[in-house]
Structures are given as structure tokens and as C-alpha cells.
Design a protein around this ligand. Structure first.
Ligand code: ASP
Length: 400
């Protein structure tokens, strides 16, 4: 990572065509793994849960964890923006403005719900529509569990073996991580440089401080209080996934590594991780929730709009929904910020200009919030495993 930053900084945009492809290749390899890995992992996990009561309990715990942590994150964002007030008197004309990328975002919570049911499961898989795919795999896994023994054994065996093969493949791809991460950093630093960051410095510091408090204080506290888990061990076991989240800016692309680390290093059984992690990668985004909330309040401050306490509560609630709706890909969080802005009637060309400026410096913030997103998923898996009576969670720092 450090070597990539250095080469990108010294070489600038000229070295990107030479070295950037290493990162692109690595992310493509990760993306190649996602659909078959998620499919085999969830089907194996859910079918081994057997009883639908087990599934219901796990589902409630998982959802409870997602909502709790995203809510806490959005609140941390709210507090930091209100204390630091980065938008008050901010001079934004110097910042570079950029076009927003086209990313689809659900128009309403009902639409989000409807989108979960796939029209055609093959299409959902082909388009890596994760929520739709997860929905189908859970139902399919439950159906396998309800089959008579002779059929159940065949399908369980098949999916278990396919899942193991996918884990082997993931391990193989991860061996190239250092080269891939190097390429990604060269591209990021080489293309963006550091110049755009000055105008929005205080805003970046605010978001980064909020993310740091959530990552180093709130989540470790939950690990201790809810899971009786030593945060230092969990951090070290998740090191690989954290580095991957940081360099790819995508919870989705990081998912194979998250799954592997949580199962093989943290020690969470597949029946739990296969449930908590793929869904968490798309639904549970603490860093994004914090960002949505802080970003909207920042825009209001720049425009000189006072938001009442009631409106700030609306911002927290919609930030939470927006983080659920955001896709697990780079910059999704920034694009979906319009959903939250709408909720408090902040719209118009001025707002779009500010969001465009925020985009110019979004990459490092995106990298950091993706780390928080992925780390929160892993904490959820560990805490839920503990609550399900799994003893050997984070017993020690794994050596590989
Ligand atoms: N890039 C983030 C993720 O994949 C989403 C975001 O932009 O906030 O987790």
C-alpha cells in the first residue's frame, strides 16, 4: 500500500497506464468469485441450520445488529458535524467539481423491498444483484433443509463441496493481494493527486474523525459488551479484509476476503457467517450511514440552512435507510446522498454543485468508510456467533 502511494505520488497520472491494470485485474478476480461464493456459502449455511426457528432467530439477531450499529454510526456523524461545523463559512469555489457517476438507487423504502425479490434469478446472478440473489439462496437453502433425507444429503454434499472449492479459489486469489493493492493505490493516488483536498480539509477531518471513533471506540465496545471478545485480536484477524476494503473501496469486492477471514481466522462457523456477511456487505454500512448523515448536515451548513432537531432526526433515519440502499461499490454512498437531501428538502443546482465538489475528494473517504462497513459486518458475525454458543471465536491471532 505504501509503495503504491509513493509510486502514484511520484509518477502521477503517467504511471497509471503502466501499473494501474494490476489493481483492475485483482478486483476483476475478486468480482469473479463473488456470485458462486455467495451462492454456495448461503445455500450451505442455511440448509445446515435446518429448523426454520434457528433461521428466524439468526435473522432477528442479524437485523438487530445492523440497525443498532448503523444508527449509532449516523449519530456519531451527527455529533461530529454539530461540534466541528465544517460547513459554516466554507469557501468551496476552489475545489474541483466533478460529474456524478450513474448509479441506480432505490426511489423509496417500498421499492427497496420490491427489488429484493428477483424477477429472474439467473439474471440477478448475472448482474450481481446481491440482495435478490441472497433472498433466493435463503429460500433455496430452506427448501433443501425440508427435503427427505436421500435428496437432502445429495444437495448438501454438493453445495458443501462447491463451497470448499470456492474458498480454495479465494485463498489462491488472495495470494496476489499485495500486487493488486499496489496497483490500486498507484491508480488512486496517480489519478487524483492531493491538490483537491485542501478546500474541503475540515470537512474531511470531520468525517474521518467520526469514522475513527466508530471504528476504534463504538465497535470495539460492542465487541466487548455484547460478545466478550478482545478487540485487538479481532482487528488483527481482520487485517487482510481491512486492507482489501481500503484499497478496493468496495464491500462487495472485499466480500470473499471477509468471508474467508471471519471463518478461518476469527473462527465463526459457516452457518452464521454465510448469513451475516453477504447480507451485511449490502445492507449493513455503518461508515456510509455516518457519511450520509454528516454529509447532509455539512451541505446544510454550507448553504446556511438551520436544520431543526426534528429535521436532524429525519436525517439520521433516512441516512440509515440510504446506507441500506447503497450498493457495495465505490462512491455509492455519495450518489445516494440525494435520497437524504430530499428528505429535508435540500435540492437545486447549488446542492448539486456542492455534491460534485464532494465527489472530487470522495475517494479517500470512500476507502475509509468501506473499511468501517466491512469491519462492522465482521464484528456482527463474531458477536452473533458468540451469542449462538460458539466458543472459539477470536481465541488467538491466526498466523496465516
Ligand atoms: N464504497 C462503500 C462500500 O462498498 C459504499 C459507499 O460508497 O459508502 O461499502
Amino acid at each position: 500500500m505504501a509503495a503504491g502511494i509513493l509510486v502514484g505520488h511520484v509518477g502521477g497520472a503517467e504511471v497509471v497506464p503502466w501499473l494501474g491494470w494490476l489493481g483492475t485485474l485483482f478486483v476483476k478476480l475478486l468480482r469473479m468469485i463473488i456470485v458462486p461464493l455467495v451462492l454456495t456459502s448461503i445455500v450451505t449455511g442455511v440448509s445446515s441450520l435446518g429448523d426454520s426457528r434457528n433461521l428466524g432467530r439468526l435473522f432477528s439477531k442479524t437485523l438487530g445488529y445492523y440497525v443498532l450499529t448503523s444508527f449509532l454510526a449516523a449519530t456519531v456523524g451527527l455529533i461530529f458535524v454539530n461540534i466541528i461545523k465544517p460547513g459554516v463559512g466554507a469557501e468551496l469555489t476552489a475545489a474541483i467539481q466533478e460529474e456524478l457517476p450513474e448509479l441506480s438507487s432505490p426511489s423509496s423504502p417500498v421499492q427497496l423491498l420490491l427489488d429484493i425479490v428477483p424477477q429472474n434469478v439467473i439474471q440477478a446472478a448475472a448482474e450481481a444483484d446481491m440482495l435478490a440473489l441472497i433472498f433466493f439462496c435463503i429460500l433455496f437453502g430452506m427448501s433443501i433443509a425440508a427435503l427427505p433425507e436421500n435428496h437432502r444429503v445429495v444437495l448438501n454434499g454438493f453445495f458443501e463441496a462447491a463451497f470448499q472449492a470456492m474458498m480454495k479459489l479465494t485463498g489462491g486469489v488472495i495470494q496476489f493481494a499485495p500486487i493488486g493493492v499496489f496497483g490500486l493505490m498507484v491508480r488512486t493516488v496517480g489519478e487524483t493527486g492531493f491538490s483537491a483536498f485542501k478546500a474541503l480539509g475540515l470537512y474531511m477531518i470531520t468525517i474521518a474523525s467520526g469514522l475513527t471513533v466508530h471504528l476504534l471506540v463504538v465497535l470495539p465496545m460492542l465487541l466487548i459488551l455484547l460478545g466478550r471478545i478482545r478487540p485487538s485480536i479481532h482487528f488483527r484477524n481482520m487485517g487482510e479484509a481491512i486492507a482489501m476494503a481500503f484499497s478496493t473501496s468496495s464491500s462487495g469486492a472485499t466480500l470473499p476476503v471477509t468471508l474467508r477471514s471471519v471463518e478461518e481466522k476469527v473462527g465463526v462457523p459457516n452457518r452464521i457467517s454465510s448469513f451475516v456477511l453477504p447480507m451485511g456487505a449490502t445492507v449493513n454500512m455503518d461508515g456510509t450511514a455516518l457519511y450520509e448523515c454528516a454529509g447532509v448536515l455539512f451541505i446544510a451548513q454550507v448553504l446556511g440552512v438551520e436544520l431543526t432537531l426534528g429535521q436532524q432526526v429525519i436525517v439520521v433515519a433516512t441516512a440509515l435507510l440510504a446506507s441500506i440502499g447503497a450498493a457495495a461499490v465505490p462512491s455509492a454512498g455519495l450518489v445516494i446522498i440525494f435520497l437524504v437531501l430530499e428528505a429535508v428538502n435540500l435540492r437545486g443546482p447549488e446542492v448539486e454543485t456542492i455534491v460534485g465538489m464532494m465527489l472530487a475528494i470522495d475517494r479517500p473517504l470512500d476507502m475509509y468508510r468501506t473499511v468501517v462497513n466491512v469491519f462492522s459486518d465482521s464484528c456482527g458475525a463474531a458477536i452473533i456467533a458468540k451469542s449462538e454458543g460458539v466458543e472459539h471465536v477470536n481465541e488467538r491471532v491466526a498466523d496465516t
